[in-house]
Every structure is written in structure tokens, then in C-alpha cells.
Design a protein around this ligand. Structure first.
Ligand code: KG4
Ligand code: ZN
Length: 338
């Protein structure tokens, strides 16, 4: 069969990204322009600034991705783009660029759900990985536990009822004035702390629930910080963040392993920014027993366009193409379709 090369675009949050991916698995280029330094000044992503920066950068990043792949537009078989979930103004920049390219080049347009993209990052890092498997997707905006029965075939087992896992990391880091994004910073500081120093609550919810909830934990940590500040007691930051991290990671690992056993899956696939957390990876490795564990290379855990190109390949094979009415869907969900 002919090689399929997809040019993919991702602008859902604060990374302007473009990539060329061959046959869903081979990355020919993966260009990511991060705006983190600009948003760090404000302690989080400022949507208006994100959109403006995407507009300034998008054509440069697409050109660079094409150049680095050694391809020309003629060699490309389809244009793929993230159409949600994300910031509406940010998504629109990618969606409109993709529509313009698909129209002018007369190539198929493929719309990709960002969360589905995160799962597909694993198809790039693990060339032999095929569904079915259980996937835990934990990012700044989402926490999902999903049965993946085939490419693009999902059954949602649980999701966060409030804060996403990454959001909790970011908020706690912010309250301790550690910087943005909080996840990687806490990950690093926690290595120096004792994760049993402070007993924070673990929200397992109802016995049969695979949902997550991190807002109680967040409040508990914020109360701990405020109480100690009021009493003038110095906080041991490494112990605090290690204990907080442990409370999140333990619930994520235990619920995922429980689902893998209950539904009899032997493969567990981690995805999203929080999947690069070293304690999460370590605890999964410790507790996995006879399950096989997969996570993407770190650069493919956080937002990138290569994962979008991988997802799009399987839609290309099914001829799941979009027309030019495609719009950004900021609240797009990953829904069960089996
Ligand atoms: O997947 P991603 O790049 O963007 C979304 O789709 O949201 O995830 C970003 C999130 C941020 O909340 C960030 O703090 C978190 O992933 N993150 C981490 C780590 N690296 C990134 N959280 C915990 N530990 C890390 N090492
Ligand atoms: Zn993401």
C-alpha cells in the first residue's frame, strides 16, 4: 500500500505545533513552538495572548514542519487539525489554517479530538501497540479512564467530576508561587520530599465508580498552607508537594489497575501531560503485576501535532473526512462510540 503522509496542526492551548507523520506511526517532523515563557508572566495561559501568538506563528511553524520532513505540499495526502477541546480562539487559528490548506491544495481535511490525539501519541512511541487496551489520559484539562477497543473506538469508564489532574498540579504550584506549569516543577521538588509526611485525602468516590475528583484534595492542601501561614509555621515545601502528588498518583494508579483487572485488559496506556510524571510512572511500574505498561516519550506526552497526525491516519483509512464547515468546538468531549 502507498505511504500516507499527513500534515497535522495543533493549536488548542499554548503550543503552536505542526508535524508530518507517515502511516500514523513514523514522525517525519514535529515542530512545537511553546508560548510558556509569555504566559509564565501571568501565572497561567491568557487566552487572548495565546490566539494572537498562534496567528503570528502558525505559517512559520507549518513551513518548518514541511521543510524538516523533506516533503513538499504535493507529497502530503491529507491535512489534519485539532478542532477541540481547547481555547476557542486558539483552536480557530489551527482550524482555519487547515481549512485554507485543504481547500487550496485540494486535499482531504481530517478533524481530530485533542484527547484522542493524546492516546495516539502511544502509537508513535510504541510501533507494535494496537488496541484493545485501557487508557488513562491525564492532562491540564482532562482526566479520563477509557476502554480503547479499536482505533477511534472508545468506551468512557470515568472522568474527572471537577479539576483535571494537571489542573490540580498547576493550582497547588501557583498557590505556593512555584511557577507555571506546576506539574513538572512539583514532580522535581517532590523527589526531595517525604510523600508520607502529610496525610491528604484520597477521593475514591463510590465503590463502582471510575470517576475522579481532585477538588477536595486541592482544598485540603490549600487549607494546610493557609493554616500554617496563619500560625507562622514554616512549610516544608518538598514534603508538602510530595504528599500532595502521592495522593493524586495513588488514586490514578489504583483506579486504572482496578479497571484493567475488572475488564480483563493486559495493556495499560498512559497519555497526556501528567503521564510524564515520574512518580506516576514509578508507582504504575511497582503495582502493575502482569499488565503491560505503555507511556509516550516525554515530548509526546504534552501537546504536539505528531499525535494528531497519528490519530488522523486511522480516520484517513476509514475515509472520515470533514467538509469546510468544520468549526472549533471548545467543549468537545471524548464520548463512548461502542
Ligand atoms: O497534555 P498537556 O500538555 O495539555 C493539555 O491538554 O492540558 O498537559 C499539560 C498539563 C499541565 O497541567 C502540566 O502541569 C501537566 O500536564 N504536567 C505534569 C508534568 N508535566 C506536565 N504534571 C505532573 N507531572 C509532570 N511531570
Ligand atoms: Zn493536551
Amino acid at each position: 500500500m502507498k505511504d500516507i503522509k499527513i500534515l497535522a496542526i495543533e493549536t488548542s492551548c499554548d503550543e503552536t505545533a505542526a508535524a508530518v507523520v507517515k502511516n500514523g506511526r513514523e514522525v517525519l517532523s514535529n515542530v512545537i513552538s511553546s508560548q510558556i515563557e509569555i504566559h509564565q508572566l501571568y501565572g497561567g495561559v491568557v487566552p487572548e495572548i495565546a490566539s494572537r501568538k498562534h496567528i503570528e506563528n502558525i505559517n512559520i511553524i507549518i513551513d518548518r514542519a514541511l521543510k524538516e520532513s523533506g516533503m513538499t505540499f504535493d507529497d502530503i495526502d491529507a491535512i489534519a487539525v485539532t478542532y477541540g477541546p481547547g481555547l476557542v480562539g486558539a483552536l480557530l487559528v489551527g482550524v482555519n489554517s487547515a481549512k485554507g490548506l485543504a481547500f487550496s491544495l485540494k486535499k482531504p481535511l481530517i478533524a481530530v479530538n485533542h484527547i484522542e490525539g493524546h492516546i495516539s501519541a502511544n502509537y508513535i512511541s510504541h510501533k507494535d501497540l494496537k488496541p484493545p487496551f485501557i487508557s488513562l489520559i491525564v492532562s491540564g484539562g482532562h482526566s479520563h479512564l477509557v476502554k480503547v477497543e479499536g482505533y477511534g473506538k472508545y468506551k468512557i469508564l470515568g472522568r474527572s467530576r471537577d479539576d483535571a489532574a494537571g489542573e490540580a498540579f498547576d493550582k497547588i504550584a501557583r498557590s505556593l508561587e512555584l511557577g507555571y506549569p506546576g506539574g513538572p516543577i512539583i514532580d522535581k521538588i517532590a523527589k526531595k520530599g517525604n510523600n508520607k509526611a502529610i496525610e491528604f485525602p484520597r477521593a475514591y468516590l463510590e465503590d463502582d465508580s471510575y470517576d475522579f475528583s481532585f477538588s477536595g484534595l486541592k482544598s485540603s492542601v490549600l487549607n494546610y498552607i493557609n493554616n500554617n501561614k496563619q500560625k507562622g509555621i514554616e512549610i516544608n515545601v518538598p514534603d508538602l508537594v510530595a504528599s500532595f502528588q502521592e495522593a493524586i498518583v495513588e488514586v490514578l494508579v489504583n483506579k486504572t489497575l482496578k479497571a484493567a483487572v475488572e475488564y480483563n485488559f493486559d495493556k495499560i496506556v498512559l497519555a497526556g501531560g501528567v503521564a510524564s510524571n515520574s512518580r506516576l510512572r514509578e508507582l504504575f511500574k511497582q503495582k502493575q503485576k502482569n499488565k503491560k505498561l505503555y507511556f509516550p516519550d516525554k515530548i509526546l506526552c504534552t501537546d504536539n501535532a505528531a499525535m494528531i497526525g497519528s490519530s488522523a491516519y486511522y480516520k484517513y483509512l476509514n475515509k472520515e473526512f470533514s467538509d469546510y464547515k468544520l468549526n472549533a468546538v471548545p467543549n468537545l468531549e471524548l464520548t463512548s462510540n461502542i
